[in-house]
Design a binder for this molecule. Structure first.
Ligand SMILES: [Zn+2]
Ligand SMILES: [Zn+2]
Length: 162
């Protein structure tokens, strides 16, 4: 987990309202959308749409599937959320007010481990320069298996013998 946040001058709600009203066909910021933005920005997690709906329902906030998916897509478009592709489904996390970072993704338990390595940034900008490429952002996900999942794979008997 990356503990620091990036200072921003608008709340996520203000930024989303501005995004909706500045569209070619301005849209209303609905009560359900407000609840979603509040809920999502109340904690930093990596989540998918189904998880979000389940968690919000447990908190007494019921959303229709269509609203959830549509609003998530708009939040990505508005620069509030970042979409991460981890195999079969999209997962989301805060983009607005959160520093750049990369991820290890466990293919067994779906855990996301965050890291920030200045060396990665440096190497990528050097590579981009060599290609005459103007990089605006990157999204690095390393897939594999996490430590607890690796431990679970090792038979107990074998560990006792070592
Ligand atoms: Zn795991
Ligand atoms: Zn993350």
């Amino acid at each position: 987990m990356i503990p620091n946040t990036v200072p921003v001058n608008q709340t996520p709600e203000e930024k989303f309202r501005e995004y909706l009203s500045s569209r070619v066909k301005p849209q209303r910021f609905t009560e359900q959308q407000r609840e979603m933005v509040r809920y999502i920005f109340g904690q930093h997690e990596h989540f998918d749409a189904e998880q979000l709906m389940g968690d919000m329902k447990a908190a007494g906030l019921v959303l229709s599937r269509a609203t959830a998916y549509r609003t998530l897509a708009k939040l990505v478009d508005a620069g509030l959320l970042r979409r991460l592709l981890t195999g079969d489904k999209s997962r989301f996390e805060h983009d607005y007010g959160y520093p750049d970072h990369d991820h290890f993704h466990c293919m067994k338990c779906n855990k996301m481990i965050e890291f920030h390595l200045p060396e990665v940034e440096r190497t990528l900008s050097e590579l981009a320069r060599e290609h005459g490429f103007v990089a605006s952002r990157h999204n690095l996900i390393v897939h594999g298996t996490c430590d607890p999942c690796n431990q679970a794979k090792t038979p107990r008997r074998l560990l006792d013998l070592i």
